[in-house]
Each structure stands twice: as structure tokens, then as C-alpha cells.
Design a protein around this ligand. Structure first.
Ligand SMILES: Cc1cc2nc3c(=O)[nH]c(=O)nc-3n(C[C@H](O)[C@H](O)[C@H](O)COP(=O)(O)O)c2cc1C
Length: 85
């Protein structure tokens, strides 16, 4: 188990590829973040002001529920967070 964790969220796979490359380079562990309610293609239409992702982004206090929280972060010294926006 590494002391470096690369946690990432990726809807269409681009961020996932980069997160895997980064984890490889830094010899870190990977953790894919899954939302409790998965995003559909329509949800992710960021050009549409009324899409779920646009509405959530506009609410600065919004925190989507996570389906797979880490059991422990005790051994993690460095966290690299990758997300697609
Ligand atoms: C909610 C949301 C907002 C986005 N905002 C922008 C943006 O402002 N400018 C842009 O060029 N791309 C924007 N995008 C496009 C993503 O950054 C792009 O599709 C990304 O590479 C997807 O990565 P993924 O395959 O890991 O999900 C947005 C996408 C989403 C879902």
C-alpha cells in the first residue's frame, strides 16, 4: 500500500487515463470516486444551464453523495485529486 493516493472522478474516461498515468509515475494507489447517483449524458451537458451538472455547479454548497468512501485515510501522506472540470 502506497502513502500516495490518486483519487479521481471521471465521467467519460479522459481523467481516468491521466489519473492512471499519474499513479504509475508516482507509484501511488488509485481510487475511483463513484457518485451515489450516477450521471447520465444529459446530466453532464455542461452547455445546458438547466442540466443536473450545471445546477449542481451553480450551488457552491452542493456536495454530491459519494457511493464508495475510503474506509481509512490514516496512511495517506499525499493525496492527488483528479477531476474533469
Ligand atoms: C460539469 C461539467 C463542466 C464542464 N465545464 C467545462 C468548461 O467550462 N470548459 C471546457 O472546456 N470543458 C468543460 N467540460 C468538459 C470536460 O472538462 C471534458 O469533457 C473532460 O475532458 C471530461 O473528462 P472525463 O472523461 O474524465 O469525464 C465540463 C464538463 C462537465 C461534466
Amino acid at each position: 500500500m502506497s502513502e500516495i493516493l490518486v483519487a479521481y472522478f471521471s465521467a467519460t474516461g479522459i481523467t481516468e487515463k491521466l489519473a492512471k498515468k499519474i499513479a504509475n509515475v508516482v507509484d501511488g494507489d488509485l481510487h475511483e470516486i463513484h457518485p451515489e447517483i450516477p450521471y447520465s449524458a444529459a446530466d453532464l451537458d455542461w452547455m445546458n444551464k438547466n442540466s443536473r451538472s450545471s445546477v449542481e455547479m451553480n450551488d457552491k454548497l452542493f456536495r454530491p453523495a459519494i457511493a464508495n468512501k475510503l474506509e481509512s485515510t490514516e496512511n495517506i501522506k499525499i493525496l492527488i485529486l483528479a477531476f474533469p472540470i
